[in-house]
Structures are given as C-alpha cells and as structure tokens.
Design a protein around this ligand. Structure first.
Ligand code: NAD
Length: 372
C-alpha cells in the first residue's frame, strides 16, 4: 500500500493548492493503512525559469516512473510574450501527449450547501451530477500546420483541426464504458452541421452505439449543448466531446458548482494517470492565500480512487469537503452571504480536521442528504 506520486506544482496558485494537497495526503497516511512518497518535478513557467523549456525531459521521466501524477496549474503573464513552442501551456499539452493521456474526465457534481454560490437557480442545479469526457491529445490544440504567414491576400493565420479515426474511437468508447457505470445516458457533442471532423465523430459514435445498445446515445451540436448545460443541466449524465469543445464546456459547467475552484479532473491513458483541478494558475489571486484548494483536494480523491483503488480514503476526503461546506466555511470565490470566509491554508486545515472526525462527517452528510 505504498505509492509514488509525482508532484508538478507549476505556477501561480498551483504551488499553493499543491502544498495543501500534500498536507492532506499526509493526514490520510496517518489515518489509513497506506503511504505515499512524493517526488517533485517542474513544468510550465517555473520550468522555463530553471531549464529554459516548459517541459524538461527529467519531468517526463519522473512522471513515467510514478504511480500517479498530481498537477497544480501552469501559466501566467510573465511568459505570455514567449513564442508558442516555449510557453508554459505548451509544456502541459506536451506532457499530456507524451504520456498518452487521451481521456480527461471532469465530474461535475453540485454539492447541496453550495447552491447559493452559483448564479443559477436552485431549481436548475439541484441534483446535477454529470461527467464531461474531453478528448485531450488531438484536435485543434495539436494539429499542424499552426502558424501566421503571408498568403496571396496578405497576412493570414492557420490552426488545424485533425483527428484520426482511432483517436475518436478510443475516447467515445471510454465514454460509453463510463456511461455504463452511471445512468447509461451519453450525449456526444459536435458541430456536424459545419465540421468534417464532427461528421466522422458522429459516424463513429453511431457505429459504437450498436455495441453499447444498453446506453442511450444522443447527439447535440456544441452551441445547443452550451445552452442546455445552463438551462437543463440535470438532463445530462455523460458528455463526450473533442478537445476544445470540452475545454470550454467544462469551464461553463463549473458555474453550476459555484466556482471553477470546485472542479477536479482525471486524465487517463495507457500509463500513469494525471490528476489536476480544471482551473488555471489564476495570476490575479496568486500569492495571496485566497485560492480555493477544494478542486485540488477532490482531484486527490479521484487519484486515490482510480489510480490506487483507495475508495474509502477517497470518500473520506469527499465527505470532509462536504461537511466543511455544510458548516458554512467558504473561500472567497464561493461568494455567499452569511458564511465564514477562510483562506487557502485555513480551508486546508479545516478539511484535515474534518478527516480526523471521518465518521462524524458521514453522519452529517447523510443527515443533510436525508433532509433534502
Ligand atoms: P484561471 O482558471 O486561472 O482563472 C479564471 C478565474 O477564476 C480567475 O478570476 C481566477 O482568480 C479564478 N480562479 C481560478 N481558480 C481559482 C481557485 N482555485 N480559487 C479561486 N478562484 C479561482 O483561468 P485564466 O485566467 O483564463 O488563465 C490564467 C492562466 O492559467 C493563463 O496563463 C492560462 O493559460 C493558464 N491556464 C492553465 C490551465 C492549467 O494549468 N491546466 C488551465 C487554464 C488556464
């Protein structure tokens, strides 16, 4: 029951939420029969400062030798002027590519005490529990050519949206498998009325649905999906979509949960999986001890469950997060009148304390669920 975890804190609020995540894992070690060894690597802006590249080879090697990878966030204004090949975000994209992390799972579950933190009505978001399966290593973010150039009519720019059949097949299959473990409803999001890549996507999803006849498949255009996600989010179970659509839809979905600081993610492929909050490095609040660490904590829970098979420990973290929110503690992003605002480190300490009272947490959460 001993696991090696690669820690890639990155930039901005990344190191702040990572620090609290490590303290959380040390607390889990004390209470359960498991141990973690941590090895740190650099990616993003911090790697540019140290190595002149956003993804040093030794970081890739460290990740490959680990049982799982925990990442904070990358990027920031200090590196925005750099050419795209050496920007922090390129380091993260290349890491996903080199580790073959083609599937990004983004669970979106509305936690009852947080309904007032969302600008949407309680009646719209109550009970929302969906998962976005985003393709992570193809599409517009990786296609070439990608450049500015001088064409016959002057300056022009090109990005390329390219998918191979097997890339679409494996991500859609992953989504069907996930839907089987949930409510057996899959919405495949595309823009098949305009894009050729979407037409192949839809064709492949239809072909696979014969094999997964127990799952109800529906197709939806991205523009409609963006609207339905806000209008009737309760209707969704699993959503599968290509890289850029998934990137945008999941930020939108974070509004249902109250804050982007609440959404965890798991990126899986053939090797070790990578876990990270969906938010970025939030330069506007970095270094002020106000970032919400809960998305990072919930990412830790996903890691314990999916990479290490430690379900009890994962539930303990999720239960502790719920109970702290139920008690009325909030970081600033979860604006809600009458609640107690706490800093990043205070929220970390509260969740660690709640973990020690793990049985009490469950009783509280169960009690609350029954009252609803
Ligand atoms: P962002 O997610 O960093 O921030 C968007 C807004 O949400 C900001 O107002 C920020 O303060 C707030 N926010 C984000 N996380 C929060 C948290 N945990 N607690 C409280 N508030 C939080 O997105 P952005 O501003 O578009 O991008 C900032 C930088 O992050 C850019 O350099 C971008 O490229 C990078 N980025 C990185 C990742 C990643 O590492 N996976 C993802 C998205 C953006």
């Amino acid at each position: 029951m001993s696991f090696n975890i690669a820690l890639l804190a990155g930039d901005g609020i990344g190191p702040e939420v990572m620090f609290e995540s490590v303290l959380l894992l040390k607390e889990i070690e004390k209470l359960y029969n498991c141990s973690f060894s941590f090895r740190e690597g650099k990616v993003g802006g911090v790697a540019i400062e140290h190595y002149g590249t956003p993804l040093p080879e030794e970081t890739v090697e460290l990740c490959k030798r680990s049982d799982a990878i925990l990442l904070g966030a990358v990027g920031g204004p200090a590196w925005d002027h750099l050419p795209v090949e050496i920007r922090p975000e390129t380091g993260l994209l290349q890491l996903r590519k080199q580790l073959g992390l083609f599937a990004n799972l983004r669970p979106v579950k509305v936690i009852p005490p947080l309904t007032k933190s969302s600008p949407l009505k309680d009646s719209v978001i109550m009970g929302v529990d969906l998962c976005i399966v985003r393709e992570l290593t193809g599409g517009l973010y990786f296609g070439t050519p990608r450049e500015r150039r001088i064409g016959l009519e002057g300056e022009e720019v090109i990005d390329t949206l390219v998918y191979k059949r097997y890339e679409i097949e494996r991500i859609v299959r992953e989504a069907f498998e996930l839907a089987r473990l949930r409510k057996r409803k899959l919405v495949s999001v595309d823009k098949a009325n305009v894009l050729e890549s979407s037409r192949l996507w839809r064709e492949i999803a239809d072909a696979l649905s014969i094999e997964y006849s127990d799952v109800k498949l529906e197709h939806m255009y991205i523009d409609n999906a963006a609207m339905q996600l806000i209008k009737k989010p309760i209707e969704f179970d699993v959503i599968v979509t290509e890289n850029m659509f998934g990137d945008i839809l999941s930020d939108e979905a974070s509004v249902l949960t109250g804050s982007i600081g609440m959404l965890p993610s798991a990126s899986i492929g053939n090797g070790p999986s990578l876990y990270e909050p969906i938010h970025g490095s939030a330069p506007d609040i970095a270094g002020r001890n106000v970032a919400n660490p809960l998305a990072a904590f919930l990412s830790v829970a996903l890691m314990l469950r999916y990479s290490f098979g430690l379900s009890k420990e994962a539930e303990c973290i999720e239960g502790a997060v719920h109970s702290i929110l139920l008690e009325g503690y909030r970081t600033k992003d979860l604006a809600d009148e009458g609640k107690t605002f706490v800093s990043t480190s205070e929220m970390g300490a509260l969740v660690r304390d709640a973990i020690q009272n793990k049985y009490l947490d469950y009783e509280l959460v169960n009690f609350y669920e029954k009252c609803r």
